[in-house]
Each structure stands twice: as C-alpha cells, then as structure tokens.
Design a protein around this ligand. Structure first.
Ligand code: ADP
Length: 323
C-alpha cells in the first residue's frame, strides 16, 4: 500500500480525533502516505482531500469533535455519488480507506467495497455504544461521564427543592448511556428500550422511593424508551401524584461534546493503529474493535446486523440499589 485515506463520518463522538491521530501516525510509522477526507463521505465526492503528516494531528488527542469534520451525505447513498467517490479515490492514488463512524458509515464503506473493490476498514465511533464487535465504542465513556456529571448537578437542585426529575439521555435504539449513567448517579429508576416498562411499574418504583423516605427522585430515561418520552411521563406522573413537583431535563447534545476521557483517548489510539495495520495485513470490509482487552476484527455485516446487548445484570441491580 502507498496511501491510506481516513474519514470521520456520521454522528461525531469525543475520541474521534485520537483515532484520527493514531491513523496518521501509524501510517507514518509504516512509511505510507495518509490523506484526510473532510466532511465525511461528501468530501470523497467533492474531492475535499488533504495530505496529513504527523504534525497535522498535533494537539488534537485531547479535543472533542473531529478536525476533519463530519457530515451526513445523501449523495453517497446514490450509485452516481459513489461512482464520483471512486473516481476521486483513484485520482488520489488511495489504496485503502479507514472509516471512523457508526453503522451507517460502515454500510457505506461496505457498499463501496462491494461495488468498486476498495479496501475499507471501520473504527467504531459513536457515543451510543450500539455496535456489535467491540466492548466499547469511541465516545461512549466520555458521554457516560458527561451524563453522570449533569445528573449529579440536577440532583443538587432536586434535593434542595424535593423535586422528581425525569432526565432524558441519548440512546435512540440502545439504553447503554441511560443504564450506566443512571446507576452511577443513583437513579431511582431507569427506562430503556431493551426493558419493556409499563407505567404502573414506574409508579410503584416512585412509591417505593417515597415510602423509603426519599424526598426527591431521579428517573433516567433513554431517548428510545417506549412509554412516550420524558414529557408524557412527567405529565402522567403529575396527574397521578399532584403533590409532587415534577420536572424534566433533556440533556441533548452536550453528551456529544467535550474533551474525551482517558479511556476514549486510549481506545481511539489503539483502534486507529489496528485499522491501519489491519489494512496492511490484507483485511478489508471489517471493523476493528476491542473485546476483553484484545484487538479483534468483525465483518461489517456482523457489526451492522448483530446487536450489542445490554448486560441484564445491570438491569437487575437498579432495583436493588434504589432503596
Ligand atoms: P452513523 O455512521 O453515525 O451511523 P449515518 O447513519 O448518518 O451515521 O451514516 C453516515 C453516512 O454514511 C451517511 O450520511 C451516508 O453518507 C453513509 N451511508 C449510510 N447508510 C448508507 C447506505 N445504505 N448506503 C450508502 N451509504 C450510506
């Protein structure tokens, strides 16, 4: 291989810069050229491609977001768009592509590989941790800590005013952030898409808390929870318990930003190198991940289609802890 290109695609996640830096420096170490594609797959289509050397990625390991920027490219979902991308890949003498992103980005990479034979390798970058083939995705640990810090702050005001808070955290399809940040911040209950909740179970949990002498309460709710969302939950709870002072906070995009944690910087660094070395060893259409502290490669098909399952033990302990 003479040149590898790297792209950050889909939703941004803290630690993507650490992964990008590792890709660039692994290329330098192995004496191959590295090119950065700006604005996700759109940059492949518009030929927005820059040469990257070890100094291009100085002082970014500690920064959230992605210096290459990212975008959602609808053009890349079309055959014509991918044809243009392929032509630019050829024009720039690119022999392999590292895609740092989520399962949408991997679907795009897999399609490019199938249609044009481009060697592609994925690095899981998403705060939701919903990708099969790695114990943790880049950005997840940072998002967890951001959510936990925010919930801690809300708890201060909840306690001072005897309030019941419904706090929505990110996770449209997966409850990893809700479950773990909820346990870490002492939530009374946690509602996630993987656990089929009903409103009566929630009410009995709230009542249990009240009987145990709790004057304030925190309920953490994943975006994708199926009881109707935080605002409806708050409304129904207020109707049932008019005496409660019920409030809602949606944490939103603060969970996507901020300086990556140590764990995310190390994860991004390891996976960036694993991606380059995977390509050099002839791997393609796979995602680099870490399982039980070892680098493993999972086919794009499995990474996209299989589920990263919630640890049921964590669901069980929520009730034990909420006394
Ligand atoms: P994520 O990678 O975080 O899951 P998206 O689902 O938005 O984010 O996907 C990122 C990009 O990957 C899209 O904007 C598009 O360019 C590309 N992509 C997603 N799905 C496909 C697909 N089915 N075919 C080709 N490209 C796709």
């Amino acid at each position: 291989m003479n040149a590898i290109a790297v792209v950050t695609s889909g939703g941004d996640a803290p630690g993507m810069n650490a992964a990008l830096r590792a890709v660039v420096r692994a290329c330098s170490y192995h004496k191959i050229r590295c090119k950065g594609v700006r604005l996700g797959y759109q940059g492949l289509i518009t030929n927005d491609i820059v040469e990257l050397g070890p100094r291009s990625v100085s002082n970014i390991i500690n920064r959230g977001g992605t210096i290459l920027k990212t975008a959602r490219s609808s053009d890349f979902k079309t055959k014509e768009g991918r044809q243009k991308a392929f032509e630019n890949i050829q024009k720039n003498n690119i022999d392999g592509l590292v895609v740092i992103g989520g399962d949408g980005s991997f679907t795009g990479a897999m399609t490019l590989e199938k249609e044009f034979g481009i060697k592609t390798i994925g690095v899981p970058g998403t705060i939701d941790n919903d990708i099969f083939g790695t114990d943790s995705t880049i950005g997840y640990d940072t998002a967890l800590n951001t959510a936990m810090d925010a919930i801690d702050k809300i708890r201060d005001t909840a306690t001072s005013h005897n309030r019941l808070f419904f706090i929505e955290v990110m996770g449209r399809d997966a409850g990893f952030i809700a479950l773990n940040s909820g346990i870490a911040s002492g939530a009374q209950d946690i509602l996630i898409p993987e656990k089929k909740d009903d409103i009566e179970t929630l009410f009995s949990s709230i009542e249990r808390g009240e009987k145990a002498g709790k004057l304030s309460n925190i309920i953490v709710v994943a975006e994708g929870e199926e009881l109707g969302g935080v605002y409806d939950l708050a409304k129904f709870t207020k109707m049932k318990y008019p005496k409660f002072d019920v409030r809602v906070t949606v944490l939103g995009h603060i969970q996507r930003g901020g300086d990556p944690t140590c764990a995310d910087r190390v994860l991004g660094s390891r996976l960036g190198i694993a991606a380059v070395e995977g390509l050099l060893n002839g791997k393609s259409a796979v995602m680099a991940g870490i399982r039980s502290n070892k680098v493993v490669y999972t086919s794009f098909e499995d990474a996209i289609q299989k589920q990263n399952v919630i640890n049921k033990e964590l669901i069980r302990i929520v009730e034990i802890l909420a006394r």
